[in-house]
Design a protein around this ligand. Sequence first.
Ligand code: FAD
Length: 368
Amino acid sequence: MYDFAVVGAGINGCAIAYELAQSGKKVLVFDKESIAAGGSGAAGAFVAPKFSKSGPLKELVHHSFLYAKEFYTQKFPEHFTQIELLHLAHNEKTTAMLQAYKQTTPLKTLQLSKEHLTQNAKEACSIGIEAGVVDAKAMCEALCSGSDFIQEEIVSLQYQDDFWFLNEKYKAKNIVVATGAYLSILPEKYVKLRGVWGHRVDIATQTQNAISLHQEVSISPNRDGIIAVGATHNLSYHLQTTQEPYDFKAGQEELLQKASKTLLFKDDIQIVKDYVGLRSGSADYMPILGNLVDSQKTFESGLNLRRKKIEYSKFIYHKGLYIINGSSGYGFVLAPYLAKVLKEFILEQKPLAKELDVARFFAKEARS
Ligand SMILES: Cc1cc2nc3c(=O)[nH]c(=O)nc-3n(C[C@H](O)[C@H](O)[C@H](O)COP(=O)(O)OP(=O)(O)OC[C@H]3O[C@@H](n4cnc5c(N)ncnc54)[C@H](O)[C@@H]3O)c2cc1C
């Protein structure tokens, strides 16, 4: 019998499994495929801030970026590499945003060489910082190493006599659902996630590049003749619901065309590997954490749910059912910090920030 079952072994599931196991809990992780098989396996796994105007997501990503660099460097240095990142604007809007960002950022900025860039990229507004990149699969596996792992799709969750039963055969006191953008197994419908399909490639090339570049796409340094280029943002494709097969050729062309606006490639490019997967985003773009509200019991409780400033503590919750999701394109930046916050919420009853709390979606739906 387990204290916690975690469903989904992407970076979010693995990070919360790590936090709970480190706190002495017995944890069982499930994935229908393998560790880091979903969006996390497709990611370039760059760890960088959000170069945009102020707002809750930018602030959260900034804080998480600092936390993640420290976390990965201290705990798993073998799966994390510090790299210099040159972030470049690509149109008027991103130029204005980057100019404002440069004036206010507390990050130390670096002068980075633009030697191998195209003329347009050389002239673009840019900022250089110390960032990082994670070895996605190795990091997820390392985070999960203190937990048991079973490769199995969870199709049913049932609560009975103070325990959760998964697929009617595994028993745990608590469940954390970390299934990314895949079709939901939650017993509640108010958590709406959209999947943004992404494609990235590894290319074999002699092209020179010593730093990480980010303009319309990210371009990694050249390591042993391989440069990673990614990723596309495709809102219309979902691997569980779209009928037609994904068009790899179109994705490859888009990536190479965008990358060649930034870096001067030698004409010897050869695609050696494709990675595809879904990023999972919420309606308000913020991540989703916390305890699931039991909508039926809360509706039946007679609580006036139309009030705008309702306290989430008044809702009735599913005992021991938690979620971590909605990291969109920042999973590897956000996961260490989000997992710490969720662990403190579950084990130490520390309050959650309202803008992260899954209860906000119930509150909104109940009001409408
Ligand atoms: C091409 C691409 C490039 C990206 N680049 C970056 C980047 O550079 N930096 C960055 O920080 N982020 C990046 N991201 C975003 C990042 O990958 C996501 O934010 C992150 O993977 C989300 O992790 P997750 O654990 O929530 O979901 P996922 O990694 O998708 O994990 C969910 C897991 O749940 C499993 N699962 C689903 N349903 C079930 C079920 N019923 N039973 C059992 N298992 C189930 C799936 O098999 C999957 O392994 C990128 C994403 C893509 C697609």
